[in-house]
Write a protein that binds this ligand. Structure first.
Ligand code: GDP
Length: 545
């Protein structure tokens, strides 16, 4: 009986943690601005570019004072799909886990207990990659290896899966969240689970691999600090996932855009008979994917490749058995991520939490990741962009009730003073005296990644920015930016096409929360999607109105 209760507890945990990351507005209301002449509004030269829209190469690598650590630096500024990125550190060798791992120290410091700060560092990890690469299997296996899901619960999942003759799916079930998903055998929503290592508390944002679920994936990636790209080494599967149409590329790109600092590439299914832990196949996968990741702007020091088997758990916790894999000398995945350098988040900034989802439960409960600052029980906050005054009634961090929450934590907050209907995903819960900026029209630097024709003023797409999805229209093209030199064109372009970088003025269909990228990267980077494809990525340079 005790066991049943345990199972029930875990089951309900998964169901309440289940988040539909991005909600789409079914039909967008096209707003007709009073006919203001766009040309006039951007007449003054230099058009509308802010005084220093593009960081200079001299700044490369230096974190500007007060700037959050995961800035989109110069390499990323000239992020190009074809990769002719001058600043790329081509010479740098990408580390296998073996070399990248910080030197293990034998002396462990006792945990520092500070007032309100005795918690482990919170890190959000998103598993990305093509469908069937093994993301759910690995997630489930990690939960089991860290003692978060007991063997019996996993066995129950396994039994249920067998009954439906889907025996190899059993670990996936630990992450899949509802019956419908289980029946389909697919992880549809960005499910959540968490596990703890010695020094850190990890929340898993398990991203689905289906094409139509890429928008959900964006929600997951927007919250992640660490991305784990799972690729299948099985013969034929790696190739399918990486070719055009496969999702390996798009997911990696979204992870980069969303600002994840570190990317671990797990070369999975090494146990498969077509692979058999062979170094040649591992290197083949790694060598094919590496140039693409570098093109996206991932620096060698932020990339780690590791061979694993999600199904057997090999390489996840303990180092890999030398008999199986004599050529790999790195640590297991879990100790590796436990030892990654701390994110050094700021707790002293104003409180900012983009809302991923909400529901009604004797009050209005909002969910999301705290991007900066702290919030306490009883505190007054604002829900932007509507400036609704609210008070914090109850707080949970990864399902555990707490009295305060801080940066990086995945939280649920029950609010007083607002109806559930008056909150939408993409709204932002903020400090009452220092709320996030809002706006409808802004200038942005945009990289066109993939688009079959040209983009002119009047072009519409869906913008994904933090947790918000909003229809936007390009009001005007301001200038082109040379990818290599960063020079801006003197004349205003009539159109912009694939592989080009442009500064443009963008209008949203409604008021949204956003911030200049250089002041707050998490709130100032976005993707543009059209016909279910990510066509461009961009950063906010200046909010106009
Ligand atoms: P996801 O779509 O990326 O979440 O992939 P799943 O975790 O659902 O796994 C897809 C399929 O690959 C399932 O049939 C798994 O049993 C299988 N699989 C996952 N990891 C491994 C592995 O390490 N080795 C082998 N041989 N099969 C695996």
């Amino acid at each position: 009986m005790e066991n049943d209760q345990e199972i029930h507890k875990i089951g309900s945990q998964f169901s309440t943690l289940n988040v539909n990351a991005v909600e789409f507005v079914p039909s967008f209301v096209v707003s007709h601005q009073p006919q203001k002449d766009i040309e006039n509004s951007i007449e003054d030269p230099p058009p509308t570019a802010p005084s220093k829209p593009i960081e200079t190469p001299e700044n490369n690598g230096n974190v500007v004072e007060n700037e959050p650590l995961d800035t989109w630096d110069e390499e990323e500024t000239i992020l190009t799909p074809d990769g002719d990125n001058e600043n790329e550190e081509e010479e740098m060798e990408v580390e296998d886990g073996s070399d990248a791992l910080p030197k293990p120290s034998t002396k462990r410091k006792p945990p520092k207990v500070e007032e309100n700060c005795s918690k482990k560092e919170h890190v959000n990890v998103v598993f990305i990659g093509h469908v069937d690469a093994g993301k759910s299997t690995i997630g489930g296996q990690i939960m089991s290896l860290t003692g978060m899901v007991d063997k019996r619960t996993l066995e129950k999942y396994e039994r249920e899966a067998r009954e439906k003759s889907r025996e190899s799916w059993y670990l996936s079930w630990a992450l899949d969240t509802n019956q419908e998903e289980r029946d389909k055998g697919k992880t549809v929503e960005v499910g959540r689970a968490y596990f703890e290592t010695e020094k850190k508390h990890f929340t898993i944002l398990d991203a689905p691999g289906h094409k139509s679920f890429v928008p959900n994936m964006i929600g997951g990636a927007a919250q992640a600090d660490l991305a784990v790209l799972v690729i299948s080494a099985r013969k034929g599967e790696f190739e399918t996932g990486f070719d055009r149409g496969g999702q390996t590329r798009e997911h990696a790109m979204l992870a980069k855009t969303a600002g994840v600092k570190h990317l671990v590439v797990l070369v999975n299914k090494m146990d498969d008979p077509t692979v058999n832990w062979e170094e040649v196949r591992y290197n083949e996968c790694k060598d094919k994917i590496l140039p693409y990741l570098k093109k996206l702007g991932f620096k060698a020091k932020d990339l780690t490749f590791m061979p694993v088997s999600g199904i057997t758990g090999m390489g996840l916790k303990e180092p890999i058995d030398k008999n199986l894999c004599p050529w790999y000398d790195g640590p297991g995945f879990i100790p590796f991520i436990d030892d990654l350098p701390s994110l050094n988040r700021k707790t002293d900034g104003p409180f900012i939490m983009p809302i991923v989802d909400k529901y009604k439960d004797m009050g209005t409960v909002v969910m999301g990741k705290v991007e900066s600052g702290m919030a306490k029980k009883g505190q007054n906050l604002l829900v932007m962009p509507n400036r609704t005054q609210v008070a914090v009634d109850q707080l949970w961090s990864d399902e555990e009730e707490v009295t305060s929450v801080g940066p990086g934590e995945n939280v649920k907050i029950k609010l007083k003073g607002i109806e559930e209907e008056d909150v939408s995903p993409g709204f932002v819960l903020c400090d009452a005296s220092n709320p996030i900026k809002t706006g409808k029209i802004f200038d942005a630097q945009v990289v066109i990644l993939e688009h079959k024709s040209i983009i002119c003023a009047g072009y519409s797409a869906v913008m994904h920015i933090h947790c918000a999805a909003e229809e936007v229209t390009v009001k005007a093209l301001i200038c082109l930016v040379d990818k290599k030199s960063g020079d801006k064109s003197k004349t205003r372009p009539r159109f912009v096409k694939q592989d080009q970088v442009a500064i443009m003025r963008i209008e949203c269909s409604g008021m949204i929360c956003l911030e200049q990228f250089k002041l707050f990267p998490q709130m100032g980077r976005f993707t543009l999607r059209d016909e279910n494809k990510t066509i461009a990525i961009g950063k906010v340079l200046k909010v106009i109105e």
